[in-house]
Design a protein around this ligand. Structure first.
Ligand SMILES: C[S@@+](CC[C@H](N)C(=O)[O-])C[C@H]1O[C@@H](n2cnc3c(N)ncnc32)[C@H](O)[C@@H]1O
Length: 294
């Protein structure tokens, strides 16, 4: 009998060290990646395009919580940016290293600060069990990254591709073409995360039997909720602006300002209420996740 797909609510320790991680466009997929690593226990993960490390540290968290100290975690990025998406500062790489050191010491983390095309020669053939491609999202760039790293994928290995359910990027077209020739699974939320099985379909059928496609709407809901909570936390940082009380009732501008401010506070309270209800919904879900019924 197959083991059940187990859902384990994640606590991402790295978020305390870098709050940007919870706000990244990738953040809505973290719970799935976390569960994937804990359920499937791949021996190696390589990510092309790491930036702050939203996906990468989700994988590290799963490795840590599952006791996968032997899992090889390779992070490839130039940590500079590119012409297509723009460039960023040295602080991003420094913060990445600091988070890896402080939150995930003891794991086999290997940062490779090189262009993807140069880093490829450092990776042994057929050595990667889980490959995540999330660099530049033009059609040509994703196609080149996929072609260059496919020989590095192990038999029965899985490739994850981000930004494959948005018309903004050529990566969606590349995904459609891949899907025509290989078994795939797709999470449509948060710009789309695809799983492709180009070197054997054993794991694909295993995931189907575990009911993963039926869990996609549930992961989408959790993903959106995590992102909403992260944004609410960010907005809850005390604002330095003092609330103004009208000094004199005849000062109409001040009265209007105070009224406007009160309306905003009411709106904020309503948002917090909504968030609280969502939290309650989540707790209910955790009590009886749909996968426990599989
Ligand atoms: C979309 S971000 C990655 C987001 C990340 N996966 C996450 O979980 O938030 C893309 C990153 O890929 C890097 N990148 C893009 N093309 C690259 C290339 N050819 N070589 C090295 N790094 C590249 C950029 O510098 C950037 O840091």
């Amino acid at each position: 009998m197959l083991p059940k797909w187990r859902f384990r609510p994640a606590v991402f320790a790295a978020d305390a060290a870098n709050p940007e991680l919870a706000l990244a466009p990738w953040a809505g997929h973290r719970q799935f990646l976390y569960d994937y690593v804990r359920n499937i226990r791949p021996g190696s993960f390589l990510e092309l395009g790491v930036y702050h490390g939203c996906a990468f540290f989700a994988c590290c968290q799963a490795a840590r919580d599952e006791g996968l100290d032997w899992m090889r975690l390779t992070a490839v990025d130039n940590w500079l940016g590119n012409d297509n998406d723009g460039y960023y500062g040295e602080d991003v790489y420094e913060t990445f290293l600091a988070v890896a050191r402080t939150c995930y010491s003891g794991l086999a983390i290997h940062p490779v600060r090189k262009p993807f095309a140069e880093a490829v020669s450092e990776v042994a053939p057929a050595s990667i069990e889980l490959l995540h491609i999330d660099g530049c999202h033009t059609y040509d760039a994703v196609a080149a990254d996929y072609a260059a790293y496919l020989p590095k994928l192990a038999e029965e290995g899985v490739v994850l591709l981000h930004d494959v359910f948005t018309e903004r990027h050529g990566s969606t077209r590349f995904w459609r073409e891949l899907s025509a020739g290989h078994p795939t699974l797709l999470f449509e939320h948060c710009f789309g995360l695809g799983l492709v099985f180009p070197k054997g379909d054993r794991l694909y059928h295993h995931l189907l039997q575990l009911g993963l496609p039926q869990l996609a709407p549930w992961y989408a809901r959790i993903g959106h909720l995590e992102m909403a909570l992260a944004a609410a936390r960010r907005d809850a940082i005390p604002s330095p602006q003092p609330i103004e009380t009208p000094a004199a009732p005849q000062d109409e501008t001040r009265v209007a300002k105070a009224t406007e401010q009160a309306a905003r506070s009411r709106e904020q309270a309503a948002n917090w209420w909504q968030t609280a209800m969502e939290c309650q919904w989540r707790l209910d879900c955790l009590d009886s996740p749909p996968c426990s019924k599989a």
